[in-house]
Design a protein around this ligand. Structure first.
Ligand code: ZN
Length: 433
């Protein structure tokens, strides 16, 4: 357009109020590109009010409702629109309404039994704590993980915009889904490369950890991942963002996600059930040792799934006894607990209990005298590390929030210690390196 204007083929010479996006083909077609959403968003903040781009990108661009979006197929159309001063007559208004949606198919009420793991999932969601599920094959680990993003709070429009921009850069938005409206659930296979997990490439694309921002990153069969591959997740998990470097400079993507991992306790899957597990103690140790201590340190809650019992299979719809709760009911409790956290941390740069640093733990995790006495006792008996102590307090804070209690009571600490004791049973205190 600049060239056409310079040669006098069009009369317009001031384009300062118009953003033009697209790939121009030799036939003069305007083709769609990735990353439209953040470009349009950025242009709006610079005071630009018109955006002309490929009609295949118009739905995505129109998510930024204050922008006047005009979709075209050919460069010729752009010339005509400008010469006839017809931009305002061709503004596209999108179909989306910014309402949040979630999976209708997968619901927690289909998870029979597993009271302990269900509760751990709820606590993890309430405080955005990373969670590890250990259990034999077929005990429902993936089933629970697949329902996790459905119990996280509803997304605000601002969150939808933020996450959609990452998807836009990754080229994952389309005309049908111009906006990410449900919390992400990403489940990369254990053969995934480092680049696939944290991002990279000549034009650095966001990795799985960024695509899971605001939602869940699920690593099934955790010990099957290459150890080096997992190690690259440590820093992003700690910081909440990831630096993807390329030849010239680097690029920063958000990585604020709930990490959920699942694993069998040994290669055959049945340890510590000695009637079924035939692994030697050395084999079990080596299998568990595939998970490094620093990665385990990033996981606040560890819990077990149990093989299904017959009584759970007997349960029928409508039977009120031990009826599993639906995702909807659990999500309401999670939302309530997160509201308390947002209010408590309104002057902080973080908003969830899992983000508490040791310094902030002292400030915000106030225990009752009884709870403090109890923890002191347990701490000495079990010889917990300082890191374990901090995890217990953070998780205890979340359990108290779920109960609507400002002070952390003994029962809240006891439950947090329980999650810690499972981790300890498999890996010991500070064991594997
Ligand atoms: Zn085994």
């Amino acid at each position: 357009m600049a060239v056409l204007s310079a040669y006098g083929y069009i009369s317009k010479s001031d384009f300062s109020n118009i953003l033009l996006i697209g790939e121009l083909s030799l036939e003069g077609e305007v083709r769609p590109v990735s990353g439209v959403l953040p470009m349009v968003y950025g242009a709006l903040s610079q005071g630009i009010s018109y955006c002309i781009l490929s009609s295949e990108n118009q739905e995505e661009a129109s998510v930024v409702s204050e922008m006047n979006v005009i979709g075209v197929k050919k460069l010729r159309e752009v010339i005509d629109l400008l010469e006839e001063d017809m931009l305002d007559n061709h503004v596209y208004r999108g179909q989306h309404n910014g309402e949040s949606v979630w999976e209708t198919g997968a619901d927690f009420k289909e998870v029979l039994g597993q009271e302990t793991a269900r509760r751990a999932a709820e606590v993890a969601a309430a405080g955005m704590h990373n969670l590890l599920l250990i259990g034999p094959p077929g005990s429902g680990k993936s089933m629970i993980a697949g329902r996790m993003s459905g119990i996280l709070p509803t997304m605000t429009f601002e969150e939808q915009m933020e996450i959609s921009q990452i998807y836009s850069v990754a080229g994952l938005l389309s005309g049908e889904t111009p906006l990410v409206r449900r919390r992400p659930f990403r489940s990369p296979h254990h053969t995934a490369t480092q680049r696939a997990l944290i991002g990279g490439g000549t034009y650095p694309r966001p990795g799985e950890i960024s695509l899971a921002s605001g939602g869940v990153l699920f690593l099934d069969e955790l010990p099957e991942f290459e150890r080096n591959t997992l190690e690259v997740l440590r820093q992003p998990l700690e910081d909440g963002w990831v630096n993807v470097s390329r030849l010239r400079g680097s690029c920063r993507y958000p990585a604020h996600t709930l990490l959920m991992a699942a694993m069998n306790p040994c290669r055959c899957g049945w340890y510590p059930d000695r009637s079924k597990c035939s692994c030697t103690p050395g084999q079990v140790r080596r299998y568990l040792g595939r998970i490094s201590r620093p990665l385990l340190d990033r996981i606040d809650i560890c819990t077990e799934t149990m093989p299904l019992e017959y009584r759970h299979l007997e349960w029928k719809e409508g039977d009120r006894r031990c009826e599993p709760e639906s995702s909807d009911i659990i999500r309401r409790r999670v939302e309530q607990a997160q509201k308390l956290q947002f209010a408590r941390y309104r002057n902080e740069s973080f908003c969830h209990n899992s983000d508490l640093t040791p310094h902030k733990i002292r400030e915000y995790c106030v225990m009752s005298a009884q709870a403090a006495e109890y923890l002191k006792d347990i701490f000495q008996k079990m010889e917990f590390s300082a890191r374990a102590y901090h995890k217990i307090l953070k998780v205890g804070r979340t359990i108290a929030d779920l109960a609507g209690s400002e002070t952390i009571g003994q029962e809240h600490i006891a439950e947090a210690v329980f999650y810690r004791s499972i981790d300890r049973r498999y890996w010991g205190e500070g064991g594997a390196s």
